[in-house]
Design a protein. Structure first.
Length: 423
């Protein structure tokens, strides 16, 4: 088939959205001829990678706004408006390409926000929307513990989503989609409310076979101290304050333990101050931002990943930890709750901050005092990643969906028993 992919964020060797876009391109091009509409900022990195490892059936079309229409965009500032306007340009480019090529279907893969439109849905071609996320929310009981900055962020996020849901182009995107793919059930509900007739839940994250092989090679630790790791941007909604408070409680019962943070962000000073107030400064280490290889080296020196995120569509770091045989402690929310099973980690109900801290501390103690349990979880975690979250498996599933849609078979299964589609 001739497939048009909308991948605003798409770059090799990156995590998050750029990595997701790149992997969808690689997998789709194994089976079909693919045209990729993507943002121009990734051109240099992408072309360098393609010179080393070509993707013969993929053609990249780089787009950006004219200079006069993007002077206001500085880094993250203005990114949402830039993306919205870029989508308009992508539609006109896609329309011209469709006249020349004749696409069999269009698939929107990044950015993965359900409350932003994809104007390519207007093309007279079957349209697949997603996986997209963003429907997850911080439980109300946890918001009072945020700083003023954090509470304002959550309020702004709620307003942005509500405005997006009122956007007629977002609703048109939902109605035009022959299939909507949501990263979590929370997002799936919102997509259905927007008018998307067929919605299934599919995790947006995966690992390629090289990454799985690399992470599987990290040996399990047999030495002390027992060490916990949290990695990612230090933001209020990542829940690292909960993890730190839980560690302080756990450390009283298991003093031969440490807690490492790999990452940086606006909450770093707040977390460092909290560690001092809790009396665990000498047991907590903030490594700051690290290149990916150094982050993986830190993971190899730790026993358990702690990822108490309060709203997250994906949870890529959880997947990496599982592939490395590290049990994951997370909240039973959003994307991480879909990735982590009872056999591969411990999921904590998110009822209140006090309850969550106690439960996180109990989970830390349980894993610290039972090395056999950690070993069983390590084996189950590696197996789960291989069977359910490899990009090869996701590609096979998606190509089956492509085939059904191209054959106008609308019996897409809502609850799919296959490897990558999660019910």
């Amino acid at each position: 088939m001739n497939v048009l992919l909308s991948a605003y964020a798409c770059m090799p060797g990156r995590g998050s959205e750029p990595g997701i876009g790149w992997n969808w391109v690689r997998q789709a091009a194994r089976f079909h001829d693919v045209w990729v509409l993507t943002h121009d900022e990734g051109r240099r990195v992408t072309e360098s990678a393609l010179a080393v490892r070509p993707i013969p059936r993929a053609r990249f079309i780089y787009l950006d706004l004219p200079a006069w229409a993007r002077f206001w965009k500085k880094g993250r500032r203005g990114a949402q408006l830039h993306y919205y306007l870029w989508q308009i340009g992508a539609y006109f480019k896609g329309r011209r390409l469709h006249r020349e090529v004749g696409f069999d279907l269009v698939h929107h893969v990044t950015l993965g926000k359900y409350w932003m439109p994809s104007f390519l849905a207007l093309l007279p071609v079957p349209f697949i929307w997603g996986p997209v996320g963003g429907g997850e929310s911080t439980p109300r009981a946890f918001r009072s513990s945020f700083s003023l900055r954090g509470r304002l962020y959550e309020l702004a996020r709620d307003i942005a989503r509500k405005l997006g849901e009122c956007d007629p182009f977002v609703r048109q995107t939902a109605r035009k989609a022959v299939l909507g793919l949501a990263t979590t059930e929370e997002t799936a509900k919102r997509m259905r409310a927007l008018g998307c007739k067929r919605v299934s839940v599919l995790s947006q994250v995966g690992l390629c076979r090289e990454e799985i092989r690399l992470l599987a090679g990290l040996p399990l630790r047999q030495t002390t101290p027992f060490r916990l790791l949290s990695t990612g941007r230090l933001l209020h909604w990542k829940g690292f304050e909960l993890g730190l408070r839980a560690f302080a409680e756990f450390h009283r019962y298991f003093p031969t333990s440490e807690y490492w943070f790999a990452g940086d962000g606006p909450d770093r000073k707040r977390l460092a101050k909290l560690a001092r107030n809790l009396g665990v400064t000498d047991k907590v280490r903030f490594w700051g931002w690290l290149p990916r290889q150094e982050t993986l080296a830190k993971l190899a020196e730790c026993d358990v990943l702690v990822h108490p995120s309060l709203h997250e569509s994906g949870g890529y770091v959880c997947l990496e930890a599982m592939a490395a045989g590290r049990p994951v402690i997370c909240l039973d929310l959003g994307g991480p709750a879909l990735l982590v099973s009872e056999e591969t980690g411990i999921k904590i109900p998110a009822i209140s901050p006090e309850q969550a801290v106690r439960a996180l501390a109990d989970a830390m103690l349980k894993l610290a005092t039972d090395p056999d349990l950690r070993a069983r979880m390590a084996q189950a975690a590696r197996q789960r990643v291989k069977e359910h979250f490899s990009w090869d498996r996701k590609a096979i599933l998606m190509m089956e969906i492509y085939r059904k849609i191209a054959n106008t078979d609308t019996t897409i299964i809502e609850t799919h028993p296959s490897d990558a589609l999660v019910s």
